[in-house]
Design a protein around this ligand. Structure first.
Ligand code: AOF
Ligand code: ZN
Length: 364
């Protein structure tokens, strides 16, 4: 690892501390280094508040202040160039007299998108880019997918038996998961902006789609129910979360509605019966500003995401001690590689994470 990578690694550690607090903004970390000594550290802590660079520079002790212009600032994401909820970080760096900036990766957000780096260079600052670029991109993969591909980052999740079944012979529920995996699933839910299920799953399993076993934010519940078959007595409607029902009959979301909404409740989003489903769902997710969606079933919906090459990551919980024999087969994965396997309890529950391009270890 080069010295630049070492300090960028520190930026990434700091950035991760903003997890769960800053979405839909990216997680960003920054360090200020004078003569191989860190004199300042900061990260984007809370959505709408100070950016990483601001916190980093503010953290410098009074006795080190005079060292700032001769220090190098490291940032895991390009410093911003725009007036958003806070003034541009590029301006702050310039006003501090800092002469060298090391950037992890470019910010794809259209108000920035290279303009921060350009602003710094125009001010005569030396800017080095692309240090641990893949890692910096990975930590904000939801934000990047949303801004560059104009769709949410899609994660699929299911639980299966040792012989690859997700339901029993007559579609009956199998007790595949346990307390460990239930809590893990609730954590996964809290990390995404939306959770999607199809009608049959909602009818047969009657899931709450809540994350009550974890302390993170509750994502928007997304129900695919083209013919509005699910009764409002279903469990997923019973708490005060926001639900969006994708259907072919009615639309109650005002144009321009974006998440997070001020008011919770149940909203209807109308889709076309004739257009392909998955692109419509991805477009709706983008329009509603959902940067990520966790799809929890059923098998048919999951398979449609896989077949249309629209899934970015797959999480599978496997109960290696349970064999179903007859039953509903788990979706068939194509073009994915397992990048992580973890044992969930001492005997039989394991979980696997699959991705398309596993270029470095999974950390989440
Ligand atoms: C940075 N450093 O720590 C972060 C940046 O609404 P605002 O003002 O908070 O701006 C949000 C945008 O700023 C966000 O979409 C992303 O492009 C950038 N985030 N930039 O220089 C940071 N969090
Ligand atoms: Zn900024």
């Amino acid at each position: 690892m080069t010295i630049y990578e070492t300090y960028m690694q520190r930026c990434l550690q700091l950035a991760a501390l903003g997890g769960g607090q800053v979405a839909p903004n990216p997680m960003v970390g920054s360090v200020l280094v004078y003569n191989d000594r860190i004199i300042g550290e900061g990260y984007h802590r809370v959505y709408g508040q100070a950016h990483a660079e601001v916190n980093c520079i503010a953290s410098v002790r009074p006795e080190d202040r005079h060292l700032v212009p001769d220090s190098t600032i490291y940032v895991s994401l390009e410093p911003c160039a725009h007036y958003g909820k806070t003034p541009p970080c590029a301006d702050l760096i310039i006003s501090q007299g800092i002469r060298k900036v090391v950037v992890g990766c470019r910010d794809p957000f259209e108000a920035v998108d290279g303009k921060g780096i350009e602003k710094l260079r125009n001010a005569g600052i030396e800017v080095m880019t692309g240090v641990l670029e893949k890692e910096c991109h990975w930590i904000n993969r939801r934000f990047f997918t949303y801004h560059t591909q104009h769709k949410p980052y899609v994660l699929l999740k299911w639980a299966q038996t040792a012989d690859g079944k997700i339901a029993g012979g007559t579609n009956e529920r199998l007790l595949i998961s346990n307390a460990y995996s239930n809590r893990l699933v609730h954590r996964w839910r809290s990390e995404e902006m939306g959770i999607l299920v199809g009608t049959r799953t909602a009818q047969l399993d009657n899931p709450s789609l809540s994350n009550r076993l974890w302390h993170g934010p509750q994502p928007v519940k997304l129900l695919l129910d083209m013919d509005l078959k699910l009764p409002l007595t279903a469990r997923l409607f019973q708490d005060d979360a926001t639900v969006v029902v994708f259907n072919t009959q009615k639309h109650t979301l005002e144009p321009g509605t974006v998440f997070p909404l001020q008011q919770t409740g149940t909203y209807y989003y109308q889709l076309s019966k004739t257009e392909p489903l998955i692109p419509q769902l991805l477009h709706a997710g983008y329009q509603l500003r959902l940067q990520s969606i966790l799809v929890e079933g059923g098998a048919n919906l999951l398979q449609q995401f896989i077949d249309s090459n629209s899934a970015d990551e797959v999480h599978i919980i496997t109960n290696t001690g349970l064999f179903a024999g007859e039953g509903l087969a788990a979706p068939a994965l194509k073009g994915f590689t397992a990048v992580q396997q973890q044992t969930l309890d001492k005997d039989q529950l394991h979980y696997f994470v699959h991705q398309h391009h596993p270029y470095f270890p999974y950390h989440s």
